[in-house]
Design a protein around this ligand. Structure first.
Ligand SMILES: *[C@@H]1O[C@H](CO)[C@@H](O)[C@H](O)[C@H]1NC(C)=O
Ligand SMILES: *[C@@H]1O[C@H](CO)[C@@H](O)[C@H](O)[C@H]1NC(C)=O
Ligand SMILES: *[C@@H]1O[C@H](CO)[C@@H](O)[C@H](O)[C@H]1NC(C)=O
Ligand SMILES: *[C@@H]1O[C@H](CO)[C@@H](O)[C@H](O)[C@H]1NC(C)=O
Ligand SMILES: *[C@@H]1O[C@H](CO)[C@@H](O)[C@H](O)[C@H]1NC(C)=O
Ligand SMILES: *[C@@H]1O[C@H](CO)[C@@H](O)[C@H](O)[C@H]1NC(C)=O
Ligand SMILES: *[C@@H]1O[C@H](CO)[C@@H](O)[C@H](O)[C@H]1NC(C)=O
Length: 229
């Protein structure tokens, strides 16, 4: 007799649980974006005007969400004059796939919290004033396909954890040109199966390279200002 009650009740509980979970998660993404907005300087009032609580965050400029989970998947705030450090809160956007803050005036270090973003495929921090060393946690981002740190003030050695990315085999583009990187490059960098674009010019790197033929063509174009010893 009770059987007929049990099944619909379970279904209802499941439905309510999944509904409340997803609305809580989009609220967590919203508080992350609001923390970001409060943290940075926005001289052209782009976020001040557009990132309004009266509209859903998925309609905010630079933000895209997945249709399935309704979570933020792209954070694309390129070339709008933003200034400040990168707030660690971004590490809470756990569904993020694209992160592009190129062509702004961000300075300081890349926060370690970004290592939590395990779905990232695309990072572009080019053309800012970021400094510090190459983040060794890059080696845990197994899905990473394109990484651009060009034209910043990064310094120090390129860490061995970059080898990890070669093992995962997804890295397609690596742009590190116009920084102050020093030391030797991984010697087998030319053997990385998917790597097609490698920009290293205008640094203080040295080393011997065993290059795949395709890669060699690009290196000769973009290596010209590297100080090779
Ligand atoms: C914010 O920008 C997006 C994308 O440019 C636009 O579609 C939307 O209408 C803007 N919202 C407001 C409130 O200005
Ligand atoms: C970010 O926006 C710019 C300008 O709209 C566009 O060219 C670029 O492809 C976008 N990047 C991503 C990762 O969506
Ligand atoms: C988001 O990240 C910040 C800094 O990493 C942390 O202090 C905060 O508790 C997190 N907030 C949420 C809602 O997860
Ligand atoms: C990163 O952004 C810069 C400036 O917006 C652009 O020139 C570069 O091609 C981008 N890198 C990738 C891998 O898309
Ligand atoms: C390399 O990847 C593995 C597997 O994802 C991870 O456990 C490890 O911490 C990574 N090592 C480095 C140096 O990034
Ligand atoms: C770049 O980094 C160096 C230290 O590596 C520092 O002395 C210099 O002031 C930085 N320049 C800018 C423009 O941030
Ligand atoms: C690169 O790959 C080739 C062929 O698979 C191999 O003979 C060579 O030893 C490798 N070089 C390095 C530096 O790993």
């Amino acid at each position: 007799m009770g059987y007929f009650y049990v099944v619909p009740m379970l279904f209802l509980c499941y439905f309510m649980a999944s509904f409340s979970t997803s609305s809580r998660d989009i609220r967590s993404d919203q508080s992350t974006l609001l923390a970001f907005k409060a943290h940075v300087t926005d001289p052209h009032s782009v976020l001040t005007q557009n990132w309004s609580m009266s509209y859903p965050i998925c309609s905010w400029v630079g933000i895209s969400c997945s249709s399935r989970h309704h979570r933020v998947t792209a954070f694309n705030l390129s070339a709008i004059g933003l200034e400040g450090t990168i707030p660690p809160h971004l590490g809470n956007l756990s569904f993020l796939v694209y992160l592009d803050i190129s062509d702004n005036n961000f300075y300081g270090h890349m926060p370690n919290e970004l290592a939590q973003l395990r779905r990232l495929k695309f990072i572009n921090f080019s053309n800012n004033k970021l400094s510090g060393s190459f983040p060794s946690w890059i080696g845990v981002l197994s899905k990473l396909q394109r990484l651009s740190l060009s034209n910043n003030n990064f310094s120090g050695l390129i860490p061995d954890s970059l080898y990890n990315l070669s093992r995962f085999g997804n890295l397609h583009t690596l742009m590190l040109d116009s920084n102050k990187f020093t030391g030797r490059l991984p010697e087998n960098i030319g053997n990385w199966s998917k790597l097609s674009f490698l920009y290293l010019g205008d640094n203080y790197l040295q080393g011997m390279f065993h290059l795949a033929p395709l890669l060699e063509a690009y290196l000769s174009l973009h290596f010209c200002r590297t100080h090779i010893i």
